[in-house]
Each structure stands twice: as structure tokens, then as C-alpha cells.
Ligand binder design. Sequence first.
Ligand code: PLP
Length: 395
Amino acid sequence: MKQNYVAWGRVKNCMRELTAYGNARKAEIGADRVFDFSLGSPSAPVPKPVWEAMRQTLQRPDAHEKTPPEGLCELRAAVAEDLNRRFALGLDADEIQIVTGAAGGLAVCCQTLLHPGDEAIVLVPYFTEYRVFIEGAGGVTVEVPPQADMQPDLDALEASLTEKTRFVLVNTPNNPTGAILSAESLARLADILHRAGERWGKPVYLVSDEPYRELVYDTDAIPCVMSAYENTIICYSFSKSLSLPGERIGYLAVNPGCADHDALLASLRETALRLGYRAAPAMMQRALISCVGMTADLSIYRENRDLLYSMLTSLGYDCIYPEGAFYLFVKAPVEDAKAFSDSAKKYELLLVPSDDFGIRGYLRLAYCVPTETIRRSKPAFRALAEEYGLEAKPC
Ligand code: PLP
């Protein structure tokens, strides 16, 4: 009980406080006067075929019937087929488990893989809730700081591995930086994990959190984590690719060549039951059978990325160039990013200080907002830059 209480305390973070502040402020002065970059909630419309499939599902007599705990066989088969077509993984439907979003999948993975005192490695900066899932399962979060360019420091990762390391958690494209793990980094990571597994005579798993997999802007697809390392479990969510964050649906995929394959699959299923998830929402499972592989029109995020990145760099902000997801990571011009975020509120700019992501001195801007909001926010960003003496670049 105490453990859960402590872990839950971590969810009460700056991001949530900022969003609550933003909602109150919008009610006070009008939504169009607040530049809310706090929440990663997709703004691209749900694709029409998905909406139509949901409508048709509602008319079926079995629309509200329960599904098997691991998910409908037809949906699992459709997911396996889609992944095999795109990444040649040789997955079978049995290696797919439908879960309640990436968050549900991560919770199930942590509860399955971690015994009290086991270690899980996360690469800084990382999604706020990882600690909640890891520590809620009795595990220990081991943070590996990044290189100066926010790419993972694989030497530091190797040095952090111990006999207690159960898994390494990666997130590509990354929330909060938008960085993508390169094929070279993945190959090196796989080599490090192989050697660690051999040294200790047990596998070190790779948990790949991929809710932003389709949100990439400068290439067709991200390098596939599961292809690089056989002891991989993918946590996927349809929240961002289909703009369905409230419908709570995603999947776990276990590599066919994974160590302890059968026991792991059985255990993942049992854990979901034990946690009381029973199964992911049935209506969404039925609706998505015909929609796996589709995406919303994600072009707005690329447009927003280009606009916001060029706008802020021209105003003198130091930004990490995001290759994917819908976040821009900006260096705070002072040490205390929270103080900077507080100053930004004067100009109705809501920017999340990076302390929530395990690193100090940065701000995360979620640019999944209407493009017009970004355009209109320029004077506010300019005023903030002037207050902090940033030097605008000549056009
Ligand atoms: N992982 C990352 C990196 C995220 O950014 C999010 C949500 O924003 C999640 C997991 C949880 O995804 P879902 O809400 O689809 O469960």
C-alpha cells in the first residue's frame, strides 16, 4: 500500500499541474488567448474508416460482449500480419496481446518482469510515468544520462548494467525529445545486452515503448527495435497514430525468438488478469480489426514541427531538432527550468519543465496543437526571449 502511495505521488507532476492551470486560465480569459503546449494529446482527426468501423461495430449484436483476456484472435492476427509485412518479424497472433494502451502494456511488462529489487534501466530524458510502473512493481529505476545532443550514452548504459538488470526501456521516437534511435545505436545496444546476458546467464530484455512509431518526419520509418534484438517486447498504442487516446487500446508483441518465450507469454497474460484489466475495450477491438496499419493524417505534426522549430530558433532559443513524435525540447536559458516555465505563464505560454522527464534545464513543448496556435504564439515567445536576453537570429 505504502509503495503504491509513493509511486502514485510521482504522477502528480508539473505537467498535470500546468494543464490544470491552463484549463482554469482558458476559462478565465478565453481558450484562444492561452498557448497551451503542455499536453501530448493528438489533434489530427480520427481517420474516417476508423470512425465508420466504430459506428458499424455498435450495430453488431456482439458489440458489447467480452473478449478473451489476451484480445480477439482476429485483431491479434491483423496486428501480427501488419508487423510482419512492415518489419519481417515472423510474428504469430499468439505473440500479440491486446492491452489498454502503451501505459497498460508497460504496467503489464513491469509487473511481469520485475521482482522486488530488480533493476530497470531508463534512458534520460524519459516519459514521466515509467518510474510509476517500475516502482509500482517493486523495481528500481536506474537512470542513464544522455550525451550532450540528447542521444543515448551507450557507454554509460553498459556501465549501469548489473546482475539485477531485468530490462532496458527504450522509447523511439522519444517523448520528450523527438529523437529516433538510429540503426547503429540499436545494433550496439543489442550487442551490449547480448554480452550482459551471456555474462550473467540470463536474458536482459529490451522493452520498446513505441506509441509514436508512425510519427516520423524525415524518413519513411524508424529502425525496428525488435529486428535488432530478439529479447524484445514491443509496447504499442493506437492513441497517437489513430488519435484515440481515450479509447485505451494498444498491444504487446513478443519476439518469436525471445528467451523463455512460452513462459513469458503466459505470464504477461496472467499479469493483465491479476491487475484486473481483464481485456482491452471490446468495442475498440472489434472496430480496429479492419483498421490496423492505418494512420490519421499526421502531416499537421510535420508542419507544426517545421514552423515551431524555425520560429523558436530564429528567436534565439536553443532547440533539439525533433525527428519524430510531436514534442520540441528546448534548452532553458537559465538553470531553473521551472522558474522559466513560471515566467512563460506571464505571456500565457504553457511549457513543461523537464524535471518531470528526469533532467534539469529544458522545457518540453507539445506541438500537437492547431498550427494557428503556433503562429499566434510568436509575439509571446518573442517577449519571453527578450526578457531573458536571447539573441534573435537575422532572417
Ligand atoms: N509512452 C509514452 C512515451 C507516452 O508519451 C505515452 C503517452 O503519452 C504513453 C506511453 C502512454 O500511452 P497510452 O496513453 O496510449 O497508453
